[in-house]
Design a protein around this ligand. Structure first.
Ligand code: ZN
Length: 311
């Protein structure tokens, strides 16, 4: 099975305007698509990424105004790490302080230099110094110069009652490699050293079962190069006896969904066609985009969505 890393990570937020402000104004990410949840048209689906919306940079949210806060715990992706270039942690530390966001400088897992903080809904974000993801595009945005821009996913942290079956599922079926073990943490890598991502699987400990809600991850999507590789993955997952959805058209990629043994929802998404399929690169994210089958209902849909200061 050819999975080359993380395609996107989708989380739940509460107030959409606050979510937009944090990720675009504070973290300097670009909103690369403003659309709706295709399965729930009264909810936005907001995508943040690099300038081009490259797979591997995409953090996406379903914001539900007023939704209760979730609780991070077992059966969830509980944190993610972005890459920043060597020497950028100082810039980010200063910027977060100036913006009044608490943060911690940590010696991260496996000896990595790391800065951690939380988004407005309490979701844990880590910045780790490493090489930028190949193929991404950086530009000055919201006062973040290109050399300090977030440079793609470094990895994710998965919390599980028992990390062993989940690790075996990733290595045995999805093609991940075990690259390290530190105390209770199993570190796997999906994809190669340059483009791939590290997956840190940790035992739940005293955190207990995770509860969905604002500040928690809905699912994680792994990347595959094209439809043919997705079809191969689909077949292999079925043959392994794991229930998997049919291929679903997501307009910007095609997806299949299934659950790993610890209960975390996985998706496999194709790299193509990408975010310029319905609007040009220069204006990505500036207008509410709807898939062709929802376009006839645009007026109704827009009337039901809360206002946000998109950019
Ligand atoms: Zn997804």
């Amino acid at each position: 099975m050819k999975l080359t890393g993380i395609h996107h990570l989708t989380a739940i937020a509460s107030e959409p305007a606050r979510n937009v402000a944090f990720y675009t104004r504070d973290l300097g990410m670009r909103m690369v698509k403003k659309t709706i949840n295709f399965d729930d048209p009264e909810t936005y689906h907001l995508y943040y990424g690099d300038e081009s919306g490259a797979p591997g940079t995409l953090l996406t949210f379903f914001p539900f105004p007023g939704v209760r806060a979730g609780r991070a715990g077992s059966g969830q992706v509980v944190a993610f790490a972005f890459r920043v270039r060597e020497g950028s942690l100082g810039f980010w530390k200063e910027r977060l302080e100036k913006l009044g966001h608490g943060h911690e400088e940590e010696s991260g897992r496996f000896g990595e230099k790391m800065l951690s903080f939380r988004d407005p809904d309490g979701f844990r974000i880590e910045l780790v110094e490493s090489e930028p993801l190949p193929g991404i595009t950086a530009a000055e945005r919201a006062g973040v110069p290109p050399e300090h821009a977030l440079a793609g996913f470094h990895g994710v942290v998965l919390r599980l009652d028992d990390p062993v079956p989940s690790a075996e599922f990733l290595t045995g079926l999805l093609g991940a490699d075990e690259v390290g073990r530190e105390a209770e943490t199993h570190r796997l890598r999906l994809g190669d050293e340059v483009e791939g991502a590290v997956l840190d699987l940790m035992a739940a400990g005293s955190d207990g079962q995770g509860v969905g809600g604002a500040g928690t991850v809905h699912h994680i999507a792994w990347r595959t190069p094209d439809d043919e590789h997705q079809e191969q993955a689909h077949q292999q997952i079925r043959e392994a006896g794991t229930a998997v959805s049919p291929v679903t058209e997501r307009n910007y990629f095609r997806s299949i969904y299934f659950r790993e043994p610890g209960g975390i929802l996985y998706e496999i998404a194709t790299d193509p066609p990408g975010f310029t399929v319905d609007e040009p690169m220069e204006s990505l994210g500036s207008r509410l985009m709807l898939p062709p089958w929802m376009e006839p209902h645009r007026e109704d849909i827009e009337a039901r969505l809360p206002g946000i200061a998109g950019r």
